[in-house]
Design a protein around this ligand. Structure first.
Ligand SMILES: [Zn+2]
Length: 187
C-alpha cells in the first residue's frame, strides 16, 4: 500500500494527488499542466516508500519518527510544519508513524521518539533524539537544508546535547524508551 500526498497547483489552485514515489518526478497539474510545486507540508511516509524516497531525493530529507501517543512528538509537529513551508523545495520533511511502520523504525534505530534523522545525498547525516525547543529545531533543520547533497558528515559531529527531551516549558524530561520486549513505552 503506497502513500500519496496532495500538491496544490500554484497557477490554478487545483489539488493534485500524487503517489509518494513520484514527488520528484516533475509532475504537472492535471487541470492546467503547470509544473507542480515541491511539498510545503510534512509528507506521510511508510515502510513501502521511505527508502526509495530517501535514495532519490534531490534535496536533503528529514524524517520525523513519531507516534500519536507521544507528547514530545506532538510538541515538535508545528515546528516541522513551519519548516516544511519555510524550506519548501530545499528540504523534504517526512513523517513515519513507528507503530504502523515497524520495519522502518527498526532500520533507522528509532528506539526512543521523537527521533529526527536528516539525510543528505541518500545517507544519514544528522540525528536528533528527543524534542528541541522550536528555535533550536528550526536552526537544526536549516543547517540540514543547507547541506550539499553527497556531503554527509561523520556521526561523531552529531550534537551530544541533543539526547534529552524537553517539555513545553523547556524542562528536561525523560526520553521515551522501548522496553525489552520491543513494545513502545510512553513514559
Ligand atoms: Zn493547475
Amino acid at each position: 500500500m503506497g502513500s500519496s500526498l496532495v500538491l496544490r497547483c500554484r497557477q490554478c489552485g487545483q489539488a493534485n494527488r500524487i503517489p509518494v514515489p513520484r514527488i520528484f518526478a516533475g509532475g504537472r497539474c492535471g487541470a492546467c499542466k503547470s509544473p507542480l510545486p515541491a511539498p510545503d507540508h510534512p509528507v506521510e511516509l511508510g515502510d513501502d516508500d521511505l527508502e526509495g524516497l530517501i535514495a532519490e531525493a534531490p534535496v536533503p530529507v528529514v524524517i520525523d519518527f513519531w507516534a500519536p501517543w507521544c507528547g514530545p512528538c506532538r510538541m515538535i509537529a508545528p515546528t516541522l510544519e513551519d519548516a516544511a513551508r519555510k524550506l519548501q523545495g530545499r528540504l523534504l520533511v517526512g513523517k513515519v508513524n513507528v507503530d504502523d511502520n515497524p520495519r522502518s523504525a527498526a532500520l533507522h534505530g528509532a528506539r526512543s521518539i521523537p527521533l529526527l534523522v536528516g539525510f543528505s545525498g541518500g545517507s544519514p547525516s544528522q540525528r536528533q533524539v528527543g524534542a528541541l525547543p522550536p528555535p533550536a529545531l528550526l536552526a537544526w533543520l536549516e543547517k540540514l537544508a543547507a547541506r550539499p547533497p553527497g556531503l554527509a558528515g561523520p556521526a561523531s559531529l552529531l550534537p551530544l546535547l541533543a539526547r534529552v527531551v524537553v517539555d513545553h516549558e523547556g524542562k528536561i524530561v525523560a526520553p521515551l524508551l522501548l522496553d525489552p520486549r520491543g513494545r513502545w513505552d510512553g513514559r
